[in-house]
Ligand binder design. Structure first.
Ligand code: GUN
Length: 297
């Protein structure tokens, strides 16, 4: 039995961060300042706090300025919108990321709509979503952008391939489908209401799983030779010692016997997200400074 290749997202992300770091040096020489990324964290959710710390460290590691704005969970929506208005006006800041999820009393859509689309390095603003959907230059959500980079690195030209995206979130599923369409794939979006999902996934040359359900995509669903991108990060406690572990949305061990290549969890898509965030910040900085997009990005 042949075993598929494990795609090393960690190594790819490290290479991308190196390219961004070179771009940051060149930008600083031209613009006379470093690119700046502002991250807004509301509340003290432990997982969000870990992400935000990690983003801050990596921002500094590629030579950018990192600004963190921590606000209590009790902050009112108007105060949060005021903060975003200030960041929109602040010339040192090229990218604004509001860590999601926000507390229930705050309307996420209103907060995202308040971000200047030119600084929307998450690509969540409707202007950027609309630009992506209509084939215009856009800031694109980091996780799906990372997935497309890994796919192109593995497969080269994606034109004409059958792609099935499992999941329809605004953060991953929908922009992923748009990016695959832009690469001339034949794209299907499957989701929780899809009938006979196994046979739909079995058509695919490319499977992107982003549903947030542990090991939902079974090995036998995968067409022999398909390439599988697993976006899931699910914590499960199923071992005798009661310790938890992180698994993806794909049953990786089973799938390995069918795939050409697959991203592992952890170490696949995960490390790409922050690397693309830094890339998007550098791209936004160039656009805001009226400079051409740097080579290789
Ligand atoms: N929470 C989980 N993933 C993300 C992301 O990519 N961006 C933001 N802003 N919040 C998140």
């Amino acid at each position: 039995m042949t075993i598929g290749k494990i795609i090393d997202g960690k190594a790819y992300a490290a290479g991308l961060r190196d390219t961004v770091a070179e771009g940051v040096t060149a930008f600083a020489a031209q613009a006379g300042r470093k690119p700046g990324l502002a991250v807004v964290l509301v509340g003290e959710d432990p997982a969000s706090s870990v992400y935000v710390r990690s983003k801050g460290k990596m921002t500094v590691a590629v030579g950018m300025e990192s600004y963190e704005f921590k606000r209590p969970v009790s902050i009112g929506q108007d105060d949060l919108l005021d903060l975003i208005a200030e960041l929109n006006q602040d010339d040192r800041i090229d990218g604004i990321l509001v860590q999601l999820p926000l507390p229930d009393h705050i309307d996420e859509a209103s907060v995202i709509a308040a971000i200047d689309p030119a600084k929307d390095v998450d690509g969540f603003h409707v202007v950027n979503a609309g630009r992506l959907a209509t084939g215009q230059e856009a800031l694109v959500p980091c996780t799906p952008m990372g997935c497309i980079m890994l796919l192109k690195d593995e497969l080269g030209d994606l034109s004409g391939l059958e792609a099935v995206v499992v999941g329809r979130s605004n953060i991953v599923g929908k922009p992923m489908a748009q990016l695959l369409l832009a690469e001339s794939c034949t794209v299907t979006i499957a989701h929780s209401r899809t009938r006979d999902i196994a046979s739909i996934v079995h058509r695919a040359d490319i499977v992107v799983a982003a549903v947030g359900r542990a090991e939902m995509v079974k090995g036998e669903w995968i067409k022999p030779g398909a390439t599988v991108i697993d976006v899931g990060i699910n914590r499960v406690t199923d071992t005798e010692d009661g310790k938890s572990r992180i698994v993806g949305d794909v049953a990786t061990a089973e799938a390995l016997a069918h795939v050409r290549a697959i991203t592992p969890v952890p170490g696949g898509v995960g490390p790409m997200t922050i690397a693309v965030l830094l890339r998007n910040t550098l791209v936004a900085a160039h656009a805001r400074a009226g400079l051409a997009k740097p080579e290789g990005l």
